[in-house]
Design a protein around this ligand. Structure first.
Ligand code: GRF
Length: 218
């Protein structure tokens, strides 16, 4: 068995991705240990999920800090104190400052509910619908100094249907988020991810040329 990577999960909301990570660890398909769950919001639903699984939690309220950098430094200190090696952003609704990114260079992952580089930013399911795309999906990427811009690790594609609304598309994408986030972390745990410039090279990949998607179908 691969070693268990010590991770810290940062949340702001419902924490369904956190739950997927917890479940993957329990199912022994993810060789990681959640050392701490940090939230910037005291009422984040994900905190209850963490507590239910007896995980260590910390709420760091931005109100107590004079600057973004001071806030980030405090979070980094918590993570380092807990021995966190990989930082997992799971619906953490704050931009990270260079202070944070430098401390965990190529060791911070984020999940985004669109096929980056299309639709960075917020409410991207709505933007994808308004744009009329036939496919959307989700992306796990390493975090760099630009928002939703870092090297891409894994993506999942979902179809967009004529009768979709923001809620239905969000739910379809979220289901896939829960599959690819634990997988991305497992690839890291296995030491298979190598960042080279903009690209993430992955050791021992198989390819499948039949994975073509057409929407509407032929
Ligand atoms: C997800 O859609 C994720 O892609 C985005 O924020 C949402 C978090 O959901 N970054 P949850 O808190 O994991 O349920």
């Amino acid at each position: 068995m691969t070693r268990q990577v010590p991770i810290g999960v940062l949340i702001s909301g419902s924490g369904t991705n956190l739950q997927a990570i917890i479940d993957a660890i329990d199912a022994q398909v993810l060789d990681a240990r959640i050392e701490v769950v940090v939230s910037n919001k005291a009422d984040a639903q994900g905190l209850a999920r963490a507590k239910k699984h007896r995980l260590c939690t910390e709420v760091v309220d931005p109100k107590g800090f004079p600057s973004r950098e001071a806030y980030d430094q405090a979070v980094v200190e918590i993570l380092q104190r807990r021995g966190v090696e990989l930082v997992v952003l799971a619906g953490f609704m704050r931009l990270l400052s260079p202070v944070f990114v430098k401390s965990y260079s190529n060791r911070i992952m984020n999940i985004h509910p669109a096929l980056l580089p299309a639709f960075p930013g917020l409410r991207v399911q709505k933007k994808a619908l308004e744009h009329g795309v036939r496919f959307s999906g989700c992306t796990v990427h390493f975090v760099n100094d630009e928002c939703d811009e870092g090297p891409i690790i894994i993506q999942a594609v979902v179809p967009v249907f004529a009768n979709d609304n923001e809620t239905s598309l969000t739910a379809r994408i979220l289901q896939q988020e829960h599959r690819i986030y634990p997988r991305a972390i497992q690839l890291y745990a296995e030491g298979r991810l190598h960042v080279v410039g903009r690209q993430v090279l992955i050791d021992h990949l198989t390819t499948d040329e039949s994975q073509v998607l057409i929407q509407p179908p032929l």
